[in-house]
Design a protein around this ligand. Structure first.
Ligand code: KIV
Length: 290
């Protein structure tokens, strides 16, 4: 199967590349992927970072939040993405309940992801106790991406799926979390659903790359969920989603056309079948008794 032309030379990205992009003001493009074909598409598109987000719980596994997805499910998704990817950095979300309990739990889960899937690093959500978990995972030699603002794993405790840091006091707390995660050794941070003015106030106070999703244009890069940007996912789309295609409608139309062709006998046609030498057809009928 041909994958078509690639948009960038196939040089594997490094964490140093992300820091260099930040220093050069060269925006970082990150997208989620959850399987082999979506990874191949991200590869061909030449993005810098691919995240196997626990958003896959909703986009590909059909759960109603990111909370239920298990480590085993995330390992299957991440391994499939690894097989389709060679150039971008591959980061995997540690799912809810797999790292918060203790440093030992966090390190063991992160090691399992790296050993099983070959991912380059892991992402964990929140400040607070996650700062110490990030420090422990980094100390074990595994790169960590932090994630603050709207943290879907704990949406119930932060007032639901709403933007965070909307008061000056909350914004200062976000800055403190960001700086603590940076100090703990995170190689990058995700800012999700944070007012643009807050992002702009925090950015000059950080030195690691920040990837935004609903955090305005002032971050060092952007991330979107694969199914959101392609218009595949049917669920609620957040304010920050920009659709670059409406593939769900096209996919439904294609499968509908196929089903109609099957029902009306228009598919398959002769060109879709396999031939057999005429002599063998004759002999077959003889063998079968005419
Ligand atoms: O799970 C996910 O897709 C994420 C991104 C939105 C950053 O965490």
């Amino acid at each position: 199967m041909s994958t078509g032309p690639t948009a960038t030379p196939a040089r594997r990205r490094t964490f140093a590349d992300l820091a260099a992009q930040k220093a050069a003001g060269d925006p970082i493009a990150m997208v989620t992927a959850y399987d082999y074909p979506s990874a191949q598409i991200a590869e061909a598109a030449g993005v810098d970072v691919v995240l196997v987000g626990d958003s896959g719980a909703m986009t590909v596994l059909g759960y109603d939040s990111t909370v239920p997805i298990t480590v085993d499910e995330m390992l299957v998704l991440t391994s499939a993405v690894r097989r389709g990817l060679s150039t971008p950095l591959l980061i995997a979300d540690l799912p809810f309940g797999s790292y918060e309990g203790s440093d030992e739990q966090a390190v063991a889960t992160a090691q399992r992801f790296v050993k099983t899937t070959g991912c380059d690093g892991v992402k964990i959500e929140r400040g607070g106790t996650s700062v110490q978990r990030a420090r422990a995972i980094v100390a074990a030699g595994i790169p960590v991406m932090g994630h603050i603002g709207l943290t879907p794993q704990t949406a119930a405790t932060i007032g639901g799926y709403r933007s965070q840091g909307r008061t000056a006091d909350e914004a200062v707390t976000l800055l403190e979390s960001a700086r603590a995660l940076e100090e703990a050794g995170c190689f990058a941070l995700v800012f999700e659903a944070i007012p643009t003015a807050v992002t702009d106030a925090i950015m000059p106070r950080l030195s690691v790359p920040v990837i935004g999703i609903g955090a305005g244009p002032g971050t060092d890069g952007q991330v979107l969920v694969f199914h959101d940007l392609l218009g595949i996912y049917d669920g609620h789309a957040a304010r920050f989603v920009k659709r670059y295609a409406e593939l769900r409608g096209e996919m439904i139309a294609a499968v509908t056309a196929y089903a109609e062709d099957v029902r009306s006998g228009r598919y398959p046609e002769e060109e879709h079948g396999y031939g057999m030498p005429e002599a063998e057809v004759t002999r077959l009928h003889e063998l079968l008794g005419g």
